[in-house]
Design a protein around this ligand. Structure first.
Ligand code: FAD
Length: 305
């Protein structure tokens, strides 16, 4: 049943008609629990509050699967506005973004042009930029873009997904760049031809790549809400005397808020992924797919209103 619900929400996440409808009708259906607001000012207020609790942030102007150059440019302009807000307001925040929002599905020139504008603004404002990882069909292209931009800029990292069979090889290939990587389990619906279908195999691979990246001496963001993975990381760094400034934990805004604060109290760096903007639909559906229990939460919220 749970698997059926997951598949259903992942299927809905790709529906273009519902995406447009959601944009038109604003932050409804409980999405506000996971999204910081529709405007940069709302997001800035949320970040200030998180920073005051010693949580650091990565901000994301929501958008994906853009299919025309004008909209991709607008997406880049909005990411630059977010970077400038970080600089102006002295926020403890990085920036995350998706390559399909920058024109990955249009052309290399469009996506690289937009990314260079963003990275120039990020260098000026001392902001680190992370390229999110999307579905399998975009994985190779995203890694190629990352490699190209990493050879031009220092302030860039990307994401590696534990559920893909190819991941261990990707980590080996990327090691020469000493990349700052966010490691995740993976959020998209993938075929068993390319991704581990069983959760236990994903978890094993997740542990394997956490260990690999940390022991290679690279900066590692362990992005998970799973206590087993967090405990594993804590033990590993203790055993190998890895300093606290070589890694951080990351969680999503609105998920396990108490746990985030506990990790800060324990002395760990904890970064919260804060999405904002009107294109919240796909992001919201993936969050429901990850934890169908959230559906009950959302329904309760709707009944109250
Ligand atoms: P899961 O296996 O989903 O959950 C494991 C356990 O965690 C649960 O059994 C439960 O004990 C606990 N848990 C989870 N959620 C809750 C909750 N709401 N309340 C209480 N306990 C809970 N994916 C991508 O594909 N590309 C990306 O670029 C990407 N970026 C991400 C950035 C960040 C900061 C984070 C945190 C995730 C990102 N993801 C990304 C999503 C990721 O791939 C997973 O889909 C998502 O994090 C769920 O997996 P999990 O590791 O949290 O563990």
């Amino acid at each position: 049943m749970e698997q059926l619900m997951r598949d259903f929400f992942l299927f809905l996440s790709k529906n273009k008609y519902l995406t447009k409808l959601a944009k038109k009708y604003g932050l409804r259906f409980g999405a506000a629990r996971f999204v910081a607001g529709e405007t940069i000012q709302q997001a800035v207020n949320v970040i200030k509050d998180l920073n005051s609790k010693n949580l650091v942030v990565t901000i994301d102007y929501l958008g994906e699967f853009i299919d025309n150059e004008r909209e991709a440019k607008e997406m880049a302009d909005n990411s630059i506005l977010a970077i400038e807000a970080i600089g102006r307001e002295k926020l403890k925040s990085q920036l995350s973004l998706k390559m399909t929002s920058m024109g990955l599905d249009i052309s290399d020139d469009v996506v690289l042009g937009n990314m260079r504008r963003i990275l120039d603004a990020a260098v000026k404002n001392n902001v680190f930029v992370t390229i999110d990882m999307e579905d399998y069909s975009r994985c190779q292209k995203t890694i190629d873009i990352f490699k190209q931009l990493k050879s031009e800029y220092d302030n860039i990292g990307t994401v590696i997904q534990a559920y893909l069979y190819r991941t261990e090889q990707d980590m080996t290939d990327l090691n020469e760049y000493n990349p700052n990587l966010r490691l995740v389990k993976g959020a998209y619906k993938e075929s068993p031809e390319v991704a581990f279908p069983e959760k236990k195999d994903v978890d094993e691979n997740f542990k394997k790549i956490i260990k690999m990246h940390l022991l290679n001496g690279n900066y590692t963001a362990v992005a998970t809400h799973d206590d087993a993975m967090i405990e594993y990381t804590k033990q590993l760094v203790k055993e190998h005397n890895i300093p606290n400034d070589q890694f951080e934990f990351q969680m999503l805004y609105g998920i396990r808020t108490e746990r985030q604060l506990e990790l800060v109290k324990e002395g760990y760096k904890m970064r919260v992924y804060v999405p904002y903007g009107t294109d919240w639909y796909g992001y919201f559906m993936r969050r429901l797919a990850e934890r169908p229990a959230n559906v009950a939460f959302v329904l309760k919220g709707m009944v109250k209103k």
